[in-house]
Design a protein around this ligand. Structure first.
Ligand code: PAF
Length: 282
């Protein structure tokens, strides 16, 4: 696996693969890779011949009081994991390479609708930063397909909408959430948790499972179900940010008639904000 740092090197390497008739797959990441990221590479390999991964901790998608500075950077370990997973090319640009004219005047991509509410409310500007950097990566690599984790369910919806609305000829695939044995969704931010917080953390997923079970059993009072699930999160030691029942594909608030639902949660354990989600059919 080669690692390149400039857009020109990236374009040259991808052009060579394309000339050889290879289908290009892209897996954008912010590094500090875990088994969830490895599953994205493995999924990309099933649909493409030449896999490009990017590692870029994108300042544009972090709020002023968020964890940009302490976000874990583990390039050497990440390179080993990507190579072992069969990634062909790693792109690790600097901030100056991605935003050569600075970030203030950077053209931005705004995806209305699906960016609003949920993480869009808790993290103003976050999805604009995500959509902008993903659009730039798409233009730099021009992949045939790209894979994103379903753990960031709203992000995946934003990217699908951006690809549709801007007519980008890229197949977007979602990859299932990878969980630890106790149910906690893998996330780079799990590394911020103390041992005690880590033992509490799976309660977030359990609260979603319990809520899903009650929906499948025919309960339709969403407000009451959500209030109860929030109480169970609080009792476990979480400070809930949001917990919502949405229609799974449009992300609009679900009605009692909707059959395909997604439960979306964000909650704090100390200063660490965890997100999770669970799809439910009823
Ligand atoms: O999900 C992530 O790691 C990031 O939001 C992404 C898609 C790589 C954009 O910076």
């Amino acid at each position: 696996m080669n690692t390149v740092t400039t857009v020109q090197q990236l374009r040259d390497a991808v052009a060579q693969a394309r000339r050889a008739g290879q289908r290009i797959g892209l897996v954008p990441t912010m590094g500090n890779l875990h088994a969830g990221h490895v599953s994205l590479i493995e999924q990309a390999r099933r649909s493409a011949d030449f896999i490009v991964a990017s590692i870029f901790v994108n300042p544009l998608q972090f709020g002023a009081n968020e964890d940009l500075d302490k976000y874990p950077r583990t390039l050497a370990e990440d390179q080993d994991k990507l190579a072992a997973a069969g990634c062909n090319l790693l792109f690790t640009p600097t901030v100056a390479e991605m935003y050569p004219n600075g970030m203030d005047g950077q053209t931005r991509v705004l995806v209305p609708g699906v960016s609003e509410g949920l993480c869009g409310t808790s993290r103003p500007g976050h999805f604009e930063g995500v959509a902008t950097v993903v659009c730039k990566l798409f233009n730099m690599v021009q992949p045939d397909m790209a894979v994103f984790g379903e753990k960031d369910y709203q992000q995946l919806a934003v990217i699908r909408t951006l690809v549709r609305d801007l007519n980008l000829p890229i197949e977007i695939q979602g990859a299932p959430i990878v969980r630890a044995a106790d149910g906690l969704a893998l996330s780079s931010r799990n590394g911020y948790l103390s041992a005690e917080q880590r033992s509490v953390a799976p309660a977030l997923y359990r609260s979603l499972q319990q809520l899903a079970e009650r929906l499948r059993n025919g309960e339709t009072d969403h407000a009451a179900l959500v209030a109860e699930a929030r109480r169970s999160q609080e009792a476990a030691g979480f400070r809930p940010d949001y917990l919502e029942i949405r229609e799974a594909s449009s992300l609009r608030p679900a009605t009692a008639d909707d059959r395909n639902l997604v439960l979306l949660a964000a909650a704090y354990l100390g200063n660490t904000r965890l997100i999770d989600n669970l799809c439910v059919e009823r």
